[in-house]
Design a protein around this ligand. Structure first.
Ligand code: SAJ
Length: 406
């Protein structure tokens, strides 16, 4: 039996996937409300294919509880935030989970950390915690790191098909954990040491962050000379060795906007390109706000409350708003005391910000100027409703005439 600790965006799909592939799974989370929702037969977030997988896992016998289980394998999939000032990882959730596991784990159990951690975290913070509790690593407890790689919006497919990395001290432990993931994973599974596995995960997300920053910087350069950044990227990408990503209103989510800071925090004098890239990405919501003011001035508009942000999640077709560019823009706006922007997102049904609408037509009736912040399919499908509006399209998805871009 496998006890999966942490049933959020990664832990839940992983638990469901194992359960539907012949593994006995008990999922544990300290959040009683979350466990009650799952036990009532409902999932806790929207994701393509998740509900079907959930129903199949229920039939296969998956269980959800707040209790840690006595078993030989634990998978820890809890959040790893970072401290916004020091840029260093905060491992409190991982440490708490490990301490709880150690209270019940039998001798020889394996603890697999799936949560993304900065390189060296397991050495610096996790091993000492385990040893301080009187356990000998390699005898009483085995450790492994199996960082996830799935992308929100396509999680179920990627869980099945992505290649994976497993870091372990001991090859035999690595092989046993590989066998467990191979129950469902059709990709290649590479075994390496723990620190290398930690580094690969953070480097993958850093690679993407730096490349998005490059696209965002190009957008600013092109705006300066009134050039079309999208056309330039399209032409450049026809070169066989060029593949530029897309500029946007900022970088959100809990991965690309967080993980590269771990490298900046731990290697401040070395991670220079990374540091500048993160600053560039973080500057984008403010940059969009300035574009809004610029366009309002050009169009003789004075009332900021007639401007609406279309999209609130961190990216398209997900309901996750963590670190979203729209939230960052609203924060920035509040700092400038220019409050009053209206907001609508078809994926966000709860009220989480001021002046939020839950009906597209009501939202559009309340604004003259629409800023496309997210490229949800639903937004693309309703583009024609923006026909009489001033539009700032931060994703180049709107083919109406006279649209503004970042
Ligand atoms: N974005 C751009 N321009 C682009 C691509 C993305 O501005 O060309 C923005 C998005 O709008 C979003 C942010 O970047 O705000 C991040 O979105 P994303 O789709 O690039 O990535 P995430 O954060 O959803 O998922 C990433 C993935 N990592 C990589 O592709 C290297 C995923 O595989 C990881 O599993 C995930 O992080 C994670 O959990 O670490």
């Amino acid at each position: 039996m496998i006890n999966i600790i942490g049933l959020g965006y990664i832990g839940l799909p992983t638990a469901l996937m194992m359960s539907t592939h012949g593994v006995e799974v008990i999922g544990t989370d300290y959040d009683k409300e979350l466990i009650a929702t799952l036990n009532a037969g409902k999932t806790t977030f929207k994701e393509d294919g998740l509900d079907g997988l959930f129903q199949d896992a229920l039939k296969a016998g998956i269980k959800f509880t707040t209790e840690y289980q006595v078993t030989d394998t634990y998978i820890v999939s809890v959040p790893t935030p970072y401290d916004k000032f020091s840029k260093k990882i905060d491992v409190c959730y991982v440490v708490t989970a490990i301490k709880e596991i150690l209270k019940v784990a039998p001798k020889g159990a394996t603890v697999v950390i799936e949560s993304t951690v900065s390189p060296g975290t397991i050495e610096k913070f996790i091993r000492p915690e385990i040893e301080a509790c009187g356990f000998k690593i390699g005898e009483d407890i085995h450790l492994a790191h199996a960082p996830e790689r799935i992308i929100p919006g396509n999680m179920v497919y990627e869980l099945l098909h992505n290649n994976r990395t497993i870091g372990a001290d001991d090859k035999k432990v690595g092989e046993a954990i590989k066998k467990l993931y191979a129950s469902f994973c059709q990709g290649e599974i590479v075994i390496t040491d723990i620190k290398t596995a930690e580094m690969t995960k953070v480097v993958e997300n850093t690679f993407r962050a730096v490349n998005i920053a490059f696209a965002n910087e190009l957008a600013k350069i092109c705006r300066h000379d009134d050039l079309d950044v999208y056309e330039i990227i399209k032409i450049c990408n026809m070169h066989p060795r060029v593949n530029i990503l897309q500029p946007g209103p900022g970088v959100g989510g809990h991965c690309i906007s967080v993980d590269p800071w771990f490298l900046v925090g731990d290697y401040p004098s070395l991670a220079k390109v990374i540091n500048e890239s993160m600053k560039t990405n973080e500057s984008m919501p403010d940059y969009v706000l300035n574009r809004i003011y610029e366009i309002m001035k050009e169009r003789g508009m004075t009332d900021i409350t007639r401007v609406g942000l279309y999209g609130l999640t961190y990216k398209e077709n997900v309901d996750d708003v963590r670190e979203s560019p729209t939230l960052q823009l609203l924060e920035s706006q509040a700092r400038h005391l220019a409050v009053g922007l209206k907001v609508y997102d078809p994926f966000v049904t709860k009220d989480i910000v001021k002046n939020q609408y839950h009906d597209l037509n009501d939202f559009l009736a309340a604004v003259d100027f629409v800023v496309i912040m997210v490229k949800h399919n639903e937004i693309k499908e309703n583009i024609n409703k923006l026909v009489n509006k001033v539009v700032l399209d931060c994703h180049n998805i709107c083919d109406l005439p006279d649209v503004y871009h970042i």
